[in-house]
Write a protein that binds this ligand. Structure first.
Ligand SMILES: [Fe+2]
Length: 188
């Protein structure tokens, strides 16, 4: 293929398949996927106005760009309504998020409790970044973050997961009550 050919979702997915066939090491997977996700963001051919649609009930809108038949290698465009976000949550798989349009506040957390109770978790803030276009937030399985759109416009980001997050064992966390519970999301 010519070097000047656009980097498409199909080419990205083919690269994801090659990478995850080669290694199960999440540091290696994330290290290789991140620059490719940034390249896909830079090459805007896949973007569509409909990706900005989001449910006011949920506060964000998930648009599936790709998912393998076994739910692995899920690629989503996710839009975030102004002033809305997602509570602290994990993914049950590795995750690479790259900002596409607008700035999203990401806070990453570390877990403090001994994980002996299935419905309880104590978290503390690890770091926070304002992620704009091309900025990456990467998490291995178990990594916890929250997302907030503090701007007055809809923002958009590209999310790549080892597996579709409605098909993993993952949780959302209430920072006030320390409650840990299932986190399923609605796909547009
Ligand atoms: Fe997330």
């Amino acid at each position: 293929m010519e070097a000047s050919a656009p980097y498409t979702v199909d080419r990205y997915v083919e690269d994801l398949r090659l990478i995850t066939r080669e290694t199960y090491n999440e540091d290696e997977i994330i290290g290789q996927v991140t620059p490719l996700a940034q390249r896909l963001v830079a090459d805007a051919n896949w973007r569509d106005e409909k990706h900005y649609e989001a449910s006011s009930e949920q506060g964000f809108g998930i648009h599936v760009l790709h998912e393998e038949p076994d739910h692995t290698l899920a690629v989503f465009a996710i839009s975030w309504l102004p002033g809305r976000g997602a509570p602290a949550h994990d993914h049950g798989t590795w995750a690479v998020v790259v900002g596409v349009d607008g700035v999203e506040r990401n806070i990453r957390y570390r877990r403090l409790d001994d994980r002996s109770r299935p419905d309880y978790a104590e978290l503390e803030v690890k770091d926070g970044i304002q992620a704009g276009e091309g900025d990456a937030i990467c998490m291995k399985t178990g990594g916890i973050h929250s997302v907030q759109n503090e701007t007055d416009a809809v923002t958009l980001s590209l999310h790549t997961y080892g597996k579709h997050v409605n098909h993993t064992d993952r949780s959302q966390f209430d920072l006030e009550t320390n409650e840990k519970k299932d986190f399923k999301v609605r796909v547009e």
